[in-house]
Design a protein around this ligand. Structure first.
Ligand code: PLP
Length: 336
């Protein structure tokens, strides 16, 4: 007898279960299409050369200590992340109404953001695309949201974006519903709205007073161009829409296991920045107290140094070009 006898076996996480099936399979020519992590031409994990370089410098730097970071993270990192997302010259930054919170990668950003929206703004309904990354639902439910809803996205018949269904579902959403939007490289379909379609989505968000929560897990990784991949978020900000955006450095820096992320807030005015930050501080304090430093230091070092930044950009261009080439090659083989 154990007090744990009441615990039932939970279901497996599909993507990790698939990965285990792959690892245990003895087929010579097996191919892993499960976890979305970059592989080089030998199907091996790839540490970005820029990351290796900065880590070597850090190893020799005796001024780097293992003291706690502030609860909301390393400022050199969060400020650079906000600038990368919104563009350095964004008026929202100059006006002091945009700021970032360091988070445990993209997942942690979604979790802190959802918790804040539920506890502080009392939002309870969230919409996610059908289909979406399978973790959105769980993260929002665990954050206190009670009403999950889907919006139409993928039209299986025409094999394209169901923009009319998407807009209709948003039009029927209640005021203050949180709409999770993939900033670029929609997971799993890979289809993003065109700029004209994004304008129509923003129209409905404004008309119906919905709250956009962008999930940016692939900035720079999708097109190879950081600005192009952030276009939708920047356009919403330009239209005066308040929003949050969870940013992940897992893919574009290859820092999967370092859990490096940022949650960007854009408010209508700088007046509310201090109280919002104070409430976020208490959420983080009660969850994990403060974030880890290593990955955030690597990213901050690169983003704040123009020469290193250029090197990183060529690293992501290489990865995104290879991903695009692989897709085209796969498609060609399938057709053949
Ligand atoms: N959002 C989407 C759409 C993703 O595909 C992923 C990772 O696959 C994430 C968020 C979060 O990833 P991480 O927590 O590793 O940054």
């Amino acid at each position: 007898m154990s007090r744990y006898d009441v615990v039932e076996q939970g279901p497996p996480i599909e993507v990790f279960q698939m990965n285990n099936l792959f690892l245990n399979d003895s087929h010579q020519n097996k191919v892993n299409l499960t976890i979305g992590a970059y592989r080089d031409e030998n199907a091996k994990p790839w540490v970005l050369p820029i990351v290796r370089k900065v880590e070597k410098q850090m190893a020799e730097d005796s001024t780097l200590l293992h003291e706690y970071l502030p609860v909301l993270g390393l400022e050199a990192f969060t400020n650079a992340s906000v600038a990368m997302l919104l563009g350095q010259d964004n008026p929202a930054i100059a006006e002091g109404r945009a700021f970032g919170v360091q988070t445990l990668s993209g997942t942690g950003g979604l979790r802190i953001g959802a918790e804040f929206l539920n506890k502080q703004l009392h939002y309870t309904t969230f919409y996610y695309s059908n289909p979406t990354w399978e973790n959105h639902h769980l993260i929002f439910m665990n954050s206190g949201f009670t009403t999950p809803r889907q919006y139409r996205y993928w039209d299986a018949k025409s094999r394209s974006l169901d923009i009319e269904g998407f807009l209709e579902d948003l039009r029927n959403a209640p005021e203050n519903a949180v709409i999770i939007l993939h900033a670029c490289a929609h997971n799993p379909t890979g289809i993003d709205p065109t700029r004209e379609q994004w304008e129509r989505i923003a129209d409905v968000v404004q008309e119906r007073k919905l709250f956009p929560f962008f999930d940016s897990a692939y900035q720079g990784f999708a097109s190879g161009d950081l600005d192009r991949d952030a276009w939708a978020v920047r356009r919403f900000v330009e239209r005066g829409i308040e929003l949050v955006c969870a940013q992940s450095y897992a893919k574009n820096f290859g820092l999967y296991n370092e859990r490096v992320g940022n949650l960007t807030f854009v408010l209508a005015s700088s007046k509310q920045v201090a109280p919002v930050k104070s409430q976020l501080t208490w959420i983080v304090r009660g969850m994990y107290s403060n974030p880890p430093a290593h990955g955030a230091r690597v990213v901050a070092t690169v983003l704040n140094n123009p020469a290193l930044f250029d090197e990183w950009r060529s690293n992501i261009q290489m990865m995104s070009t290879r991903v695009i080439q692989m897709r085209e090659a796969l498609r060609a083989e399938l057709i053949k």
